[in-house]
Design a protein around this ligand. Structure first.
Ligand code: GAR
Length: 205
């Protein structure tokens, strides 16, 4: 199979999934194509988006499996069958085990709604606003075995306004994410992301 092929993992709304799929369709993904959605919540809105976009979905219900390793082995088989080059987590709300993390080391990325290493884990936007930061933002990083701990690929800062609410800040974060993530995936597709230790270099085109 040819071209640079990505799979997107998502659990919820799917705004980033949609942005990636649209970027691919509009030729803004460095030639990459979105070949698969992997979703652990069959009723999530992202599933309807995949249907409308004509992108195949692998849906599963985690509690129907004996262990995380079991459903991840099934996912890896699917990724291999489709010859996936890059696994892109976009609001996938589960920690991955070594079954996927080891297999796709260096080819597995995530987007997180804070300036890591600040505010890892769930509800990063709420955590940041509760803390009272004046600046937060978005991070795209490689995934390792930890919680949002992998090498940082790209970050964008966003100022917190005077009377910011979680809703208004989430809107700002999502807009930045949906612009940044396709740009980063395009860099991967063009072979312009170099990882050495924890340091990531984005090579000029
Ligand atoms: C995004 O804001 C993403 O950064 C966040 O979930 C949202 C998914 O939105 N991910 C995490 O918090 C991961 N720790 P989407 O479904 O509209 O793309």
């Amino acid at each position: 199979m040819s071209g640079y092929r990505i799979a997107v993992f998502a659990s919820g709304t799917g705004g980033n999934f949609q942005a990636l799929a649209e970027a691919a369709a509009e030729g803004r993904l460095g030639g990459a194509t979105v070949e698969l959605l992997v979703c652990d919540k069959p009723a999530a809105p992202v599933v309807g988006r995949a249907e409308r976009l004509g992108i195949p979905a692998h849906l599963f219900v985690p509690k129907q499996y004996g262990s995380r390793e079991e459903y991840e082995a099934e996912i890896v088989a699917k990724l291999e069958e489709l010859d996936i080059d890059l696994v892109v987590l976009a609001g996938y709300m589960r920690l991955l085990t070594s079954v996927i993390v080891d297999k796709y080391a260096g080819r597995l990325i995530n987007i997180h709604p804070s300036l890591l290493p600040a505010f890892p884990g769930t509800n990063a936007i709420g955590q940041a606003l509760d803390y009272g930061v004046k600046l937060s933002g978005v991070t795209v990083h490689f995934v390792d075995g930890g919680m949002d701990t992998g090498p940082i690929i790209a970050q964008r800062a966003i100022e917190v306004a005077e009377h910011e609410t979680e809703e208004s800040f989430a809107q700002a974060v999502h807009a930045v994410e949906q612009e940044l993530y396709p740009q980063v995936v395009a860099l991967f597709a063009q072979g312009r992301v170099k990882l050495e230790g924890r340091k990531v270099t984005l090579l000029k085109g």
